[in-house]
Design a protein around this ligand. Structure first.
Ligand code: ADP
Length: 295
């Protein structure tokens, strides 16, 4: 839980930049929250407070009731519970082998070699990496998508209760993006891990999240179910914040402006396809479409 969090980079210097200006937010157990907002809104700054990486002032960030700004807080235990996956997390792989990298966290928790190996296997399997085939390979010998999964496995090896991902699909091709998102959705669904997903893909939020929080100018600007926050009715608000509706929604809007009469609540590609197909069918067989057939 975050309560009235303020943060400025270079605090107390003439070049101070206010990044968060009073953010309050509670992420429920097992909830899937999409965090969106324009560039510079404060998303990365906020998520770095969630596991104490940026140290909050006392009484503003709580994890399961523990005050991360309090004296004597055990940040190591907090970071085990709140797994933070940075942007381009594969850039932080450093060990000589995949298993050494994925096992770094568990080893630091004090697990012995056998327990660490079991955690590494479990985490690699969770992200769809073949343990036996890849454990001894240097991370740098793997493909970009595999390296990202190794980085994700390193966080999962801590068995976090919360998973915070900052643009986890940045720089991946469409297939790689889909794989990572399916993986995150599965972790949420099957293990009940609470997810905070920072992304600029509103369609991903519409598809996966139970709740969407819009950050703008260091404040929470909107907060609610995706179907409400991303609805056509609120599209103006999003656009004023510099956020574009999902492509499928914009396509439907454009067709409606041209006289189609499609439902206004379309957010996903497959919903747009279904709505367009239905409208085309409703126009009837070719013979009834203005006499083009047989002309
Ligand atoms: P977002 O993730 O939404 O793009 P950030 O949290 O990265 O936003 O940035 C919020 C604000 O803080 C922006 O004005 C940004 O320029 C500034 N900022 C971010 N990181 C730093 C930094 N290391 N030093 C100074 N200013 C920063």
């Amino acid at each position: 839980m975050v309560r009235d969090l303020h943060y400025a980079y270079g605090e107390g210097t003439p070049v101070a930049v206010a990044a968060l200006r009073g953010v309050s937010l509670t992420v429920g157990d097992g909830e899937f929250v999409g965090l969106i907002g324009p560039m510079g809104a404060g998303k990365s700054t906020l998520v770095q407070h969630l596991n104490g990486l940026l140290r909050p002032p006392a009484g503003t960030v709580f994890v399961d009731g523990e005050d991360l700004g309090g004296r004597g807080v055990n940040l190591r235990a907090v970071r085990q519970r709140v797994g933070l996956v940075f942007q381009y997390p594969e850039r932080q792989l450093f060990a000589e082998s995949v298993q050494a990298d994925v096992g770094f966290g568990p080893r630091n928790l004090g697990l012995d070699a056998g327990q660490t190996a079991a955690r590494v296997r479990e985490a690699m399997e969770a992200v769809g990496l073949d343990y036996e085939a890849l454990k001894d390979r240097p991370p740098l010998a793997l493909s970009g998508g595999q390296r990202r999964r190794v980085a994700l496995a390193g966080v999962l090896a801590m068995r976090p209760k919360y998973l915070v991902l900052d643009e986890p699909t940045a720089g991946l091709d469409p297939a790689g993006r889909r794989e990572i998102l399916e993986l995150v959705a599965r972790l949420h669904r099957e293990r009940g891990i609470a997810v905070v997903l920072v992304t600029h893909h509103l369609e991903d939020v519409a598809r996966l999240a139970e709740r969407v929080v819009v950050l703008a100018g260091g404040r929470v600007a909107m907060d609610g179910p995706p179907r409400e926050v991303l609805s056509a009715r609120r599209r103006g608000e999003l656009e004023r914040l510099g956020l574009e509706a999902p492509l499928a929604a914009r396509l439907v809007d454009e067709l409606n402006r041209r006289g189609w009469n499609l439902p206004g609540d379309v957010l996903l590609e497959e919903e747009a396809v279904a709505a367009i197909l239905e409208a085309v069918r409703a126009r009837g067989a070719p013979g009834s479409m203005g006499g083009t057939a047989g002309a």
